[in-house]
Design a protein around this ligand. Structure first.
Ligand SMILES: *Cc1c(COP(=O)(O)O)cnc(C)c1O
Length: 389
């Protein structure tokens, strides 16, 4: 079955058996507990809703299918998924290698929370695979990648890094939120685990917070599944329903996100008030070839540096359609200044070192008509241009 068909049907097959109602859409099962006829035989396999419930199961099966994984696990947020993953697979004294350009909240979780439990994190520029290999130590257990990265849209070679990880018996995790499973499937490239913030493209409508872990290895799944229940950072049945609904249009939405983002990247890259555009779909992107090989499209995220002739703060204030807001991946276009918003939790020295300066703006290109988006950007540029004589 192909992606668009799986995204609509998998996990949500109507129950046409005796006693079923043939619902085309999985019901929102609100029951917190499930009655049984025999002490050791839960009816339909469900006991207590933290452990599992039918709406969550439908979502978990759907997401697993979309990432070509054997198993799916849904969580209350992307960070809940990440926390569970770390607590399930790591212990005091373990070392993790992390791609340095990554979601600010992930870095905050690692440095400010998990580091207090004896976990050690090394941040490397994983655009160069050899940097990952040379960071491996005796206590390294896991490699954490995000590609394309947030907010600089850098890539790392999932296949090459996973191969090195395998040779050293390390687990490779890829945060696939930016690409979505429609554009990239890290498990097919050799990664062990995929993490998603379903808040973004999978939900797709900026109305639900959620997360997921997708995995095929039985042993890893058993540990993660145990901890999903033991820690309990699970999504509500209503949230599961919203993400399930979002996934049905993922392919359509991503095609439009790709189209619009490329158009805007091209417009911005020739703009006299723009210094540089980061978008893997541009031929000028230093990893365009890798993007073509590893992804089936370049996604809806881009970032750009306005030049000295524009005050970024004024520019952001002049936009009318594109909202100044955190988050990404929804149908509506959103823009933010990573240095003061999504990545404010990283120290200024570190931000400067990796290129998250005040004139960097991150754009989550929505699925509006691209001409309207272009016009909105242009009028904001004109109004925020510093007059020079
Ligand atoms: C948003 C995001 C997260 C965190 O997910 P939440 O659902 O907000 O907890 C993790 N990784 C990436 C790349 C994200 O964009």
């Amino acid at each position: 079955m192909k992606f668009s068909t799986k995204a609509i049907h998998c996990g949500e097959e109507p129950n046409l058996k005796e006693g079923g109602y043939g619902d085309i859409v999985t019901p929102i099962h609100l029951a917190t507990t499930f009655a049984r006829t025999e002490i050791d035989k839960p009816t339909g396999g469900y006991e207590y809703a933290r452990t599992g419930n039918p709406t969550r199961k439908a979502l978990e099966r759907r997401l697993a299918e979309l990432e070509n994984a054997k198993y799916g696990l849904a969580f209350a947020s992307g960070l809940a998924a990440e926390t569970t993953l770390a607590l399930a697979l790591l212990k005091n004294g373990d070392h993790v290698i992390v791609f340095e350009d990554l979601y600010g909240g992930t870095r905050r979780l690692f440095d400010r929370t998990l580091a207090n439990f004896g976990l050690e994190f090394s941040y490397v520029d994983a655009t160069k695979t050899e940097n990952v290999e040379s960071a491996i130590k005796n206590n390294t257990k896991l490699i954490w990648l995000e590609t394309p990265t947030n907010p600089l849209l850098k890539l790392c070679n999932i296949k090459a890094i996973s191969k090195i990880a395998k040779a050293h018996n390390l687990i490779t995790v890829v945060d696939n939120t930016f690409a979505s499973p429609y554009l990239q499937n890290p498990l097919n490239l050799g990664a062990d685990i995929v993490v998603h913030s379903t808040t973004k493209y999978l939900g797709g409508h900026s109305d639900v917070v959620g997360g997921a872990i997708l995995v095929s290895n039985d042993e890893l799944y058993a540990k993660l599944k145990f901890n999903q229940n033991a820690i309990g950072a699970v999504p509500s049945p209503f949230d599961c329903f919203l993400v399930l609904r979002g996934t049905k249009t993922l392919a359509l939405r991503m095609d439009r996100h790709n189209y619009n983002a490329l158009k805007l990247a091209e417009y911005l890259s020739t703009h006299p008030l723009v210094e540089k555009v980061n978008y893997p779909g541009l031929k000028t992107h230093s990893q365009h070839t890798l993007a073509k090989k590893q992804m089936t499209g370049f996604g809806g995220m881009l970032s750009f540096y306005v030049n000295k002739k524009v005050n970024p703060k004024n520019f952001l204030g002049k936009l009318k359609i594109i909202a100044l807001a955190e988050s990404l991946g929804g149908v509506e276009s959103l823009i933010n200044q990573p240095a003061s918003m999504t990545h404010a939790s990283i120290t200024k020295e570190e931000r400067d070192r990796i290129g998250i300066t005040n004139n960097l703006l991150r754009l989550s290109v929505g699925i509006e008509d691209v001409e309207d988006l272009k016009e909105d950007l242009e009028q904001a540029f004109q109004k925020s241009k510093l007059i020079t004589c």
